[in-house]
Design a protein around this ligand. Structure first.
Ligand code: SIN
Ligand code: CO
Length: 383
């Protein structure tokens, strides 16, 4: 995106998680990164999550993929929408769209969903729990947004789709190729295709729920805890009433469960690792034969590009001066000095140049070898 047409700092201040924003074609040149036929092809593949929403006599129905190739020819004249999840993991040109949204941290990015709709089709008025940038890829779509919803908002009695019982648009726009609509969580939206061949790219974000964090973090604590650690009271004082659970006893019991839960350092490491667990672990770039440090050094006798698997997740936390903890695909790597500089560069860009300088650092070499063998990165082909 052209920064002159889209200022990330102002967007974060005024709109992110606050209000919808229409961004009229901010790209230097916009070209639709995926053909409708290629999207339909992906929806026929095992291991790709896809949904088809059809509309007969006004009622929406949902089917899950993978679909038979003949399915899209059978749909007749009534409106339908095909939705394919995590297309960025499969198609590098779609993954490249994410580079324009890196003003939001990696750990908040989920995936790119792509939809294809015929004239007058849409998935119905709904709200999502997450932020989304809706990029119009091909054709036109009318988008309407309404006043914020919450858990009390009435939904239609539909088994599979969480559609609003009452939707009153407060704003609407017609999006053309390259236009982007940002919609914060909880803001209801309704998109209806104007004409056939309407494609929308949803840059989706994620944010852990309170319940998810409590459950996962507690499980981690339990895994590490000494399960036979019991309450002790060597300073037990004589009580007036044996029936009382005293404040001192309660303090000791409460400390037993809060001390470990409050370990901020352990939490940071756990969260980084947990958050980087990939969604699509089967998009595996691991070499058939694992490489070692000598193999890597032989491959990097001159600068080469290290490219990230689009299905992999990369982030880091700062620890002591000059040291970071790198998290990739559910693994963590302690990196200091040269290795920390490399880890930061790797997290900042999907294409990192490495050369003799990186090969001089044993720890950097070890991290790169581990990441290549896990299929999280690979050395770009020269052609
Ligand atoms: C669509 O692309 O049709 C739906 C996207 C959304 O509402 O989040
Ligand atoms: Co939505």
């Amino acid at each position: 995106m052209q920064v002159s047409k889209f200022q990330a700092d102002l967007f974060l201040r005024d709109c992110w998680q606050k209000k919808p924003l229409l961004i009229r074609n901010p790209w230097a040149t916009w070209s639709n990164p995926l053909e409708p036929d290629e999207l339909a092809g992906l929806a026929c593949e095992e291991g790709v999550e896809s949904r088809l929403i059809t509309q007969a006599h006004g009622a929406l129905a949902l089917e899950h993929g993978p679909f038979a190739e003949t399915r899209f020819g059978d749909l007749g004249g009534s409106p339908w929408t095909l939705l394919v999840q995590a297309v960025d993991h499969h198609v590098p040109e779609v993954s490249a769209l994410l580079e324009s949204f890196r003003f939001i941290p990696n750990w908040r990015i989920d995936d790119v969903m792509v939809s294809y709709a015929v004239d007058n089709a849409g998935v119905g008025a709904h709200f999502d729990q997450y932020d989304v940038f809706l990029i119009q890829g091909l054709g036109k779509r009318r988008w309407q947004v309404g006043a914020p919803c919450d858990e009390r908002t009435e939904l239609l009695p539909h088994e599979d789709l969480r559609l609003l019982a009452n939707f009153e648009p407060t704003q609407e726009w017609i999006l053309e190729p390259g236009d982007i609509l940002y919609v914060p969580p909880g803001i209801p939206h309704n998109g209806i295709a104007i004409g056939d061949d309407c494609m929308t790219y949803s840059i989706g974000f994620r944010a852990p729920s309170h319940d998810e964090l409590v459950v996962q973090w507690s499980e981690h604590i339990l895994d590490r805890a000494d399960r036979d650690h019991h309450y002790t009271d060597p300073a037990l004082a004589l009580q007036d009433n044996p029936g009382e659970i005293t404040a001192e006893a309660l303090d000791g019991l409460h400390a037993m469960i809060t001390e470990k839960l409050q370990d901020r350092e352990e939490f940071a490491r756990w969260f980084g690792q947990y958050n980087s667990i990939p969604k699509n672990a089967d998009i595996d770039w691991a070499p058939e034969v694992p490489i070692d440090a000598a193999d890597l050094r032989a491959l990097v006798s001159a600068p080469v590009s290290l490219i990230r698997n689009p299905a992999s997740r990369f982030s880091f936390i700062r620890e002591s001066a000059g040291a970071v903890m790198l998290f990739v695909d559910g693994h963590s790597y302690a990196c200091a000095d040269e290795c920390a500089l490399f880890a930061e560069r790797l997290c900042a860009s999907d294409d990192t140049s490495i050369g003799l300088k990186e090969m001089e650092s044993q720890s950097t070499v070890a991290v790169i070898v581990a990441l290549i063998n896990l299929g999280s990165v690979e050395i770009a082909n020269e052609d």
